[in-house]
Design a protein around this ligand. Structure first.
Ligand SMILES: NC(=O)c1ccc[n+]([C@@H]2O[C@H](COP(=O)([O-])OP(=O)(O)OC[C@H]3O[C@@H](n4cnc5c(N)ncnc54)[C@H](O)[C@@H]3O)[C@@H](O)[C@H]2O)c1
Length: 313
């Protein structure tokens, strides 16, 4: 498998590079950054090669400037993690506009070089996924974002801890925006296959507190150590594994919706999707509780407003 990472000199890009390089399926891994990051990327490459000794991986790692994007040719997936972080005084919309230009520009160039899949990580991820889809003009299955996959994993851990069960026993998901308006789906949450509300302890579940923790986890990690990297990188690896093994797992990623959820159209948002070798092979339409749907609709409307603002930048 060939995977290219644009923005590989950053935290998430470099942690993802290490995790991917260690996988036996990885044949060619391309680390791409701006010209001034080349030395850092060369260092990252050597460091990762050291880490591979003793693993079953025999990946080839290449480094390239984003001025020579032709190197992404024949990639199975191109991951985009490039973007500026939000600075003090900067609104979400300001950030969306700056990063949309970066992501849109890369998406357009990638599409001129090859027919591939684009996996967007840059925040605000739902808006950036939409921008990459519009500017690449790829089919909707080919462009997707990390969405609420990491939020869903965080939610799963919190539930497992509260009920004192192994993490694998919990099935759950958060849909909607990767941000303040995310929607936890208690109606789609089970432990050991048993709906969560059938448990005696359910009535004591501090759901508002847990959701607040999930929403603020990213900021908390930024405050404590400058930014998250291992969590997002592991979540990215999950998705790449599904693609390479054609697993058809149902993950919650940012994908283009076109009416699968009662009239919500023309927006990229965190929804259950079936992931396989072709990327998003299906946006899985499910029945939501009334309150969940109302919250999801509100989330979609908010993202859509942002998408419209950045569409023609
Ligand atoms: N969706 C998620 O769940 C999730 C989780 C974590 C991080 N993120 C997002 O992923 C992105 C990367 O995070 P990070 O911690 O690696 O950030 P980082 O600042 O460490 O890295 C950002 C990368 O973007 C590059 N970059 C910055 N400005 C650029 C420009 N003008 N043109 C091209 N490249 C540019 C940098 O050189 C660097 O390689 C951020 O947008 C972050 O918010 C998303």
């Amino acid at each position: 498998m060939k995977v290219s990472i644009i923005g590989a000199s950053g935290r998430v890009g470099s942690a993802t590079a290490l995790l991917l390089a260690k996988e036996p399926f990885m044949k060619d891994l391309v680390l791409i950054g701006r010209e001034h990051s080349i030395n850092k990327l060369e260092g990252l490459k050597e460091d990762i090669y050291d880490a591979l000794a003793g693993t079953r991986s025999d990946a080839n790692i290449y480094v390239s400037s984003d001025e020579n994007l032709k190197i992404v040719d024949e990639s199975d997936v191109v991951i985009i993690t490039s973007g500026v972080p939000r600075k003090e005084g900067m609104s979400r919309m300001d950030l969306a506009k700056i990063n949309a230009k970066i992501v849109g520009n890369y998406a357009k160039k990638i599409a001129e070089i090859c027919d591939t899949k684009i996996f967007v990580i840059t925040n605000p991820v739902d808006v950036m996924t939409y921008k990459a889809l519009v500017d690449s003009k790829f089919e909707r299955n080919q462009v997707f974002g990390l969405g609420t996959h990491l939020d869903s994993l965080r939610f799963k851990v919190a539930i497992a801890k509260f009920f004192g069960v192994h993490i694998d026993e919990v099935r759950t998901r958060i849909i909607g925006e990767h941000g303040d308006t995310m929607v936890p789906l208690l109606s789609a949450t089970s432990i050991g296959g048993i709906p969560i509300d059938k448990f005696e302890k359910f009535k004591d579940l501090p759901i508002d507190e847990i959701i607040e923790d999930v929403k603020t986890k990213g900021e908390e990690i930024i405050r404590l150590k400058g930014g998250s990297e291992f969590g997002p990188a592991a979540a990215i690896l999950n998705v790449i594994r599904c693609i390479v093994n054609n697993e058809k797992r149902l993950l919650t990623l940012s994908a283009y919706v076109d009416g699968e959820f009662d009239g919500i159209r023309d927006v990229c948002i965190g929804v259950p999707v079936k992931i396989g070798k072709d990327g998003v092979e299906e946006v899985v339409s499910i029945e939501l509780d009334k309150d969940e749907f109302t919250a999801f609709k509100k989330s979609a409307e908010l993202i859509k407003k942002y998408c419209e603002e950045v569409k023609n930048l």
